[in-house]
Design a protein around this ligand. Structure first.
Ligand code: ADP
Length: 497
């Protein structure tokens, strides 16, 4: 400034010249397009912002008719504007569309003022235009968001940090019974039951820290006083500088969800109770069956000593076999009840597992002459700790199944080996096999593959009991199989418990 003040040239500038220079500078640096034209529509000035907005340079625009930037369908707007200006009136914030050099349409807000000569005569118009595409986009976005909020099934409410409700959508009206007019401006405690008021300070505390609260299950109160269980998510609302200025909450009525849950829990309890009664019944029934069965077996034993006739002996033999089968089924049922009530007990002793395997082979081959049982043992003897009777029960199950599910075949193989810590026993048959997706299920209680098609009778308990016994020995049992080709059941038992 000081420099300019000493400059004789700038000192010579008249006040008007100075003002003009200043105005010219403002026009040149303005972000708004500033254009002036005469009353015939001929462009007289064209600032750099006009150049940026419409793509015509000052040189190209000066002297041209203003219609170069007016889309053909809007040409009559110009007549209206000029008319207003001629009458000395100003046109303010007229929203319209103009056309850039490349044909692009630019939404603008236009203000046009008359230019008057010293005599007060209107000689032209100056127009200032602002690009409002950004604002238009923001408006559209806001309209979409507003539509989403209005049509949402969830209640969407916003409030200030002091808890004053600032917006209230249609779903909030439906859920809480207050209209938008009734709710906006009120404190959010409008819908908070008195005993839950401290929740609000917790929520606001989190929001002030900038935290979001997700799926907070609580209860709110509607206008008519009824309580609504809701799941609410609350997010901070921030201003442009990032400062938290309020909270928006989305609430979903979860009464239906809750009653569904309660119903499910009730069903579950019912099923559990029924199941317990069923177990109780199985226990009772098998116990009641066991007593007469034991005496039947006893009397048959006595009878067999008295009957000398050959035919009578044959029938007795068959009867005893059937009674044995029946006893085995009842025993299985009793075992299941014991497992369910945690009363299945085990002895713990050292025994030779090879001996047990051989005993079971002998027992089963006795009544299944059509099969050849082949034992591949890598050890002469193998002592392990556990309950020999229970392990025998497992192996008997496996061998019985191998026979039962291998009609028309004649060979069953057994394997016995050991590694450092475990004994491994395998039972392989060449029977019907088990589908891959059933290999785990067969160990569940009462499970039978393809029950309807199966020719063999059974309760689906053998493998369930076997698995229970093996796992109580700290071991594992599993099956490998290929349908139509046969199955191998493996049992791995720790040598020491
Ligand atoms: P059950 O033999 O009394 O049905 P299990 O628990 O012993 O009960 O066996 C469950 C099911 O597993 C059987 O019904 C049968 O479908 C299948 N299964 C068991 N062992 C074999 C096997 N060796 N070959 C083919 N299927 C078998």
């Amino acid at each position: 400034m000081e420099h300019n003040a000493n400059n004789p040239a700038s000192l010579e500038l008249t006040l008007i010249e100075q003002t003009n220079a200043m105005l010219a500078a403002i026009v040149a640096t303005s972000d708004d397009t500033i254009i002036s034209k005469n009353l015939d529509g001929i462009i007289l000035s064209w600032n750099p912002a006009s150049e940026r907005m419409f793509g015509y340079s000052e040189e190209e625009a000066l002297g041209k008719h203003i219609s170069i930037i007016i889309p053909p369908e809007r040409l009559e707007e110009e007549d209206y504007i000029i008319n207003e200006v001629k009458q000395g009136r100003k046109v303010d914030h007229f929203e319209t569309i103009r056309k850039a050099r490349d044909g692009r349409r630019v939404p603008i807000s236009l203000s046009v003022s008359p230019i008057v000569d010293p005599n007060g005569l209107v000689i032209g118009a100056s127009k200032i235009a602002r690009d409002i595409s950004e604002r238009k986009r923001a408006n559209e976005k806001q309209a979409v968001l507003a539509a989403i909020v209005e049509t949402s099934d969830d209640a969407i409410v916003s409030k200030t940090l002091q808890g004053i409700i600032t917006s209230w959508n249609k779903a909030a009206e439906r859920m809480f019974g207050y209209t938008e007019d009734e709710a906006v401006g009120k404190h959010i405690t409008l819908i908070i039951p008195p005993e839950r008021l401290d929740e609000e300070s917790y929520i606001i505390g989190e929001i002030i820290k900038g935290n979001k609260i997700d799926h907070f299950h609580t209860v709110r109160r509607a206008k008519d006083g009824h309580l609504i269980p809701i799941s609410v998510s609350v997010s901070p609302i921030t201003d442009e500088s990032g400062k938290v200025v309020g909270a928006s909450k989305i609430a979903r009525d979860i009464s239906e969800q809750l009653s569904l849950q309660a119903e499910r829990a009730r069903h579950y309890e019912e099923v559990k109770a029924l199941n317990a009664r069923k177990d109780e019944f199985i226990g009772l029934a098998s116990h009641e069956l066991k007593t007469p069965l034991t005496s039947v077996a006893g009397y048959l034993e006595i009878l067999s000593r008295m009957v000398t006739e050959e035919k009578g002996q044959l029938f007795l033999q068959k009867t005893r076999q059937q009674v044995k089968k029946l006893s085995a089924l009842v025993d299985d049922l009793l075992d299941v009840t014991k497992i369910e009530s945690g009363k299945l007990s085990f002895s713990e002793e050292q025994f030779d597992i090879r001996k047990v395997v051989e005993d079971v082979i002998e027992l089963i081959s006795h009544s299944n002459h059509q099969f050849q049982f082949v034992l591949n043992a890598e050890v002469d003897e193998l002592f392990i700790t556990g309950d020999p009777n229970r392990i025998e029960q497992v192996l008997t199950n496996l061998l019985t199944n191998a026979v039962r599910y291998s009609p028309g075949t004649d060979r069953i193989e057994l394997f016995l080996s050991k590694d450092e810590e475990c004994a491994l026993i395998g039972v392989r048959d060449y029977g019907v096999g088990i589908p891959e997706d059933k290999l785990e299920e067969i160990f569940s209680r009462f499970y039978r593959v393809d029950e309807t098609k199966s020719q063999a009778s059974g309760l689906g308990l053998g493998l369930y009991l076997s698995q229970e016994i093996v796992s109580r020995h700290g071991g594992t049992i599993w099956a490998e199989s290929e349908t139509g080709k046969g199955s191998t059941f493996w049992v791995r038992l720790p040598i020491k418990l």
